[in-house]
Design a protein around this ligand. Structure first.
Ligand code: ADP
Ligand code: ADP
Length: 224
């Protein structure tokens, strides 16, 4: 039972131009359901490209992407957007919360877009904020929160629609080491409690070791 399968993925940017860059060559990755996998890569190795392809934000040149057993590779843009919604959650290095909305509203909104009632959406948002320890910040806007709190809210937003798959790109990369450690702990607790499958890119080897498995991306290939 697999949450994510990437099969022989190739990706080259600027094909045929002088600045052509071959980023991924025959990359294959499999995530079992409930598995939490670290993706460790030097900067520029193609980790963001890989996460974008896994998250159906970008298409590979060749190779297949299967999410929950469904091959997404040859879907059109609209179908890919629909497939992503509610199934895949994203977390980035920077929170990208909407500044004019409160923490709670930032978690409510994606649920409303997904057709959930306002009352249910608020209940779930409150529950998620409580789980990551920022319930008391529900009615504050992002600018009033610390970096660690902002990132905890961003985790809740990623999980708002109960996706089966979480993709994270340096989720604690902009936090100081102590905060990073605490906030990462909160994320891992949430992932484990909800049985999520996750692919989490990080430069931090201590954090990587707390996951089930570590993949290393080097020269466009997955090793180890
Ligand atoms: P990482 O996340 O590991 O730092 P990226 O996947 O962002 O790496 O980028 C890998 C390589 O591809 C880099 O050399 C980068 O400059 C290049 N690249 C990334 N996105 C594009 C793009 N849209 N167009 C052209 N080159 C890109
Ligand atoms: P991060 O490493 O924080 O994930 P990005 O994915 O935004 O950063 O960018 C990684 C590298 O890819 C950078 O070197 C950036 O300049 C390059 N890059 C990103 N998007 C493009 C693009 N559209 N065209 C060319 N290079 C890009």
């Amino acid at each position: 039972d697999q949450a994510l399968v990437l099969n022989d993925i190739c990706k080259t940017y600027n094909v045929g131009r002088p600045n052509e860059v071959r980023v991924l060559h025959d990359v294959s990755v499999t995530l079992d359901r409930g598995e939490v996998v670290a993706l460790v890569a030097p900067s520029g190795a193609g980790k963001s490209t890989l996460l974008h392809i896994a998250g159906l934000l970008d298409a590979p040149d060749t190779g297949d992407v299967l999410v929950n057993g469904t091959n997404m590779t040859r879907l059109g843009d609209d179908a890919r957007t629909a497939a992503r919604r509610g199934r895949i959650g994203f977390i980035y290095q920077f929170h990208h919360l909407l500044p004019e909305f409160t923490a709670l509203e930032n978690i409510v909104l994606p649920q409303l877009v997904n057709g959930v009632s306002a009352a249910q959406a608020r209940d779930r948002a409150s529950m998620l904020l409580d789980r990551v320890g920022v319930a008391q910040r529900a009615d504050h806007r992002p600018a009033a929160l610390s970096g660690g709190e902002q990132q905890r809210v961003a985790f809740c937003r990623a999980l708002a629609n109960a996706p089966g798959l979480l993709l994270a790109d340096e989720p604690t990369g902009n936090l100081d080491p102590t905060t990073s450690d605490q906030v990462f702990g909160a994320l891992m607790d949430l992932v484990r409690e909800t049985g999520l499958s996750a692919l989490i890119a990080t430069h931090n080897l201590d954090l990587a070791r707390r996951m089930d498995r570590v993949l290393r991306l080097e020269d466009g290939r997955v090793v180890g």
